[in-house]
Design a protein around this ligand. Structure first.
Ligand code: ZN
Length: 491
């Protein structure tokens, strides 16, 4: 851990040296998905960004407790304090239990994350699993006087809070603007002021999910779950809280307010936010027809896509931009990423067969240093990738005999590529992995069928029939031919 890591803190708006609260341990909390539909491109950016953060911290030797929640109640349509719950609405549309909706889309989210080689979090808590903890947060906010009850719902009193703390310090918004922007909205009659936000809502008849509380049969406000779960699993102060920039206001601003209101201080040391994705220069949106699901990228089935793009191409493309920059998706850019990834992976394969010389004409140490410097500068993955491509030219030149490398340097170069390409950037060669599994399976089946041929030749019908029957039971179709056999695996 001799590396000096700088993290851009969205709260202070500058890069700060990373020093964890507990030496060797990092508490990382990231706002996870609201599971009411299949994951789209927008979901992949925070997932990949904080996977990079998690992987790099682990690479540096930290023990990381990575908590990424699943929002399964309380997130209302249009991120508002009134109206349908997103899960509840989907449950009605799909004629499912709300928890069936949650399970279905949690499963599909996890499947997509595995495809993108995003490591699972250490803890994946759900909002519905932490109702008691959320009621406790609400109770404490009320006790400290920063909330009020209105018709069975509890609202956070932003104006009162603003006398003692700075509401808007993360997002840079000021209270007067917030008040003038929210005054017009409907459903505000229960609130003292338009800037207030619900921390407990009394359930209306259309709400399928509700729990008893001291104030009403209802459900927690969306902004309360993360403070309840981060405190429970990471403590009253923890190192890094991450999420997409779209969550800065009101979600994260409201989290800060609740932690200051209940604990008297911020619980987060470093706030990190990834920037947004555009598609062909436009913001993603259902109404714009450019809302592309991850599965549609992988299968190429969306009308805006020229072809299918593998999960690794999507991942590599994302890592070619720094997480704080916007990133624009287009077919051209993805095809370029596909070619680049192929070139990088070819060079990685070459590493195993490079000729070794008695002396090196290449500078592996400088390349290694440049890769770490980039990562230490706020996880600057595009610079890492650029350095790795410098290394690709180096590898190709050694392979062509234009440069030479000694045994020591070759070991270092292999380690560098292994660490950065696979461990830190989390890239994979999926086709080769699948192909090699298929190759192993083919080999085993051929071996068994050759043993069966031998058994038949020896008139050992019992063994011959047993191999045939058991392979058939496993789903293989075996056809005997005059001079051998044919087999297929039925799907
Ligand atoms: Zn959150």
């Amino acid at each position: 851990m001799e590396q000096q890591l700088l993290i851009y803190n969205t709260l202070s708006k500058k890069k700060e040296l990373f020093v964890p609260f507990t030496p060797g341990f990092v508490g990382l909390y990231v706002c996870g998905p609201t599971v009411y539909g299949d994951a789209h491109l927008g979901h992949s950016r925070p997932a990949i960004t904080f996977d990079l953060v998690n992987r790099y911290l682990q690479h540096l030797g930290y023990k990381v407790r990575y908590v990424r929640n699943i929002t399964d109640v309380g997130h209302l349509v249009a991120d508002a304090d009134e109206g349908d719950d997103k899960i509840g609405r989907k449950a009605r549309v799909e004629q499912l239990e709300p928890m069936e909706v949650v399970q279905k889309y949690t499963n599909s989210y996890r499947r997509n994350m595995t495809q993108l080689n995003v490591l699972p979090p250490s803890i994946e808590p759900t909002a519905t699993g932490h109702i008691i903890e959320q009621i406790e947060v609400v109770r404490k906010v009320l006790e400290k006087g920063y909330a009020y009850e209105s018709n069975g719902s509890i609202y956070f009193d932003v104006e009162k809070y603003s006398h003692d703390y700075h509401y808007g310090k993360l997002s840079g918004r000021n209270l007067d603007d917030m008040l003038s922007n929210t005054r017009e909205l409907e459903g505000q009659e229960e609130k003292h002021s338009g800037a207030d936000f619900a921390i407990w809502k009394k359930a209306q008849p259309e709400h399928l999910m509700h729990w008893p509380s001291p104030w009403s049969e209802g459900f927690p406000g969306w902004h309360t779950e993360c403070i309840a779960m981060s405190t429970k699993y990471l403590g009253e102060t923890f190192d890094i809280h991450g999420g997409g920039m779209d969550l800065m206001f009101p979600h994260h601003e409201a989290e800060i307010a609740q932690s200051c209101a209940t604990l008297g201080h911020d619980s987060v040391r470093y706030w990190m936010h990834n920037n947004m994705i555009t598609i062909n220069g436009q913001k993603m949106g259902k109404s714009l027809g450019n809302f592309i699901l991850l599965d549609e990228f992988f299968s190429g089935t969306h009308p805006l896509l020229d072809q299918a793009y593998s999960p690794m191409v999507i991942r590599f493309f994302m890592l070619q931009a720094q997480y704080r920059s916007t990133l624009d998706f287009s077919n051209e850019a993805l095809k370029a990423a596909e070619k680049g990834l192929e070139r990088l992976m070819k060079a990685v394969e070459l590493l195993d067969i490079l000729p070794v010389s008695t002396n090196s004409t290449v500078d592996v140490a400088s390349l290694d240093k440049a890769c770490y410097e980039a990562m230490n500068d706020d996880f600057n993955s595009p610079i890492v990738v650029a350095n790795l491509f410098d290394g690709v030219r180096m590898i190709n030149a050694i392979n062509d005999g234009k440069e030479s490398i000694d045994a020591d340097d070759l070991v270092k170069l292999k380690k560098l590529y292994h660490d950065f390409v696979f461990d830190i950037l989390g890239l994979q060669q999926p086709e080769t992995a699948v192909a090699s599994q298929q190759g192993i399976l083919n080999g085993v089946v051929e071996l068994l069928l050759n043993l069966r041929m031998e058994a038949k030749a020896n008139k050992d019908w019992a063994t011959s029939d047993r191999i045939r029957n058991e392979l058939t039971a496993l789903g293989f179709e075996i056809k005997d031919k005059k001079d051998g056999f044919e087999w297929t695996l039925k799907k």
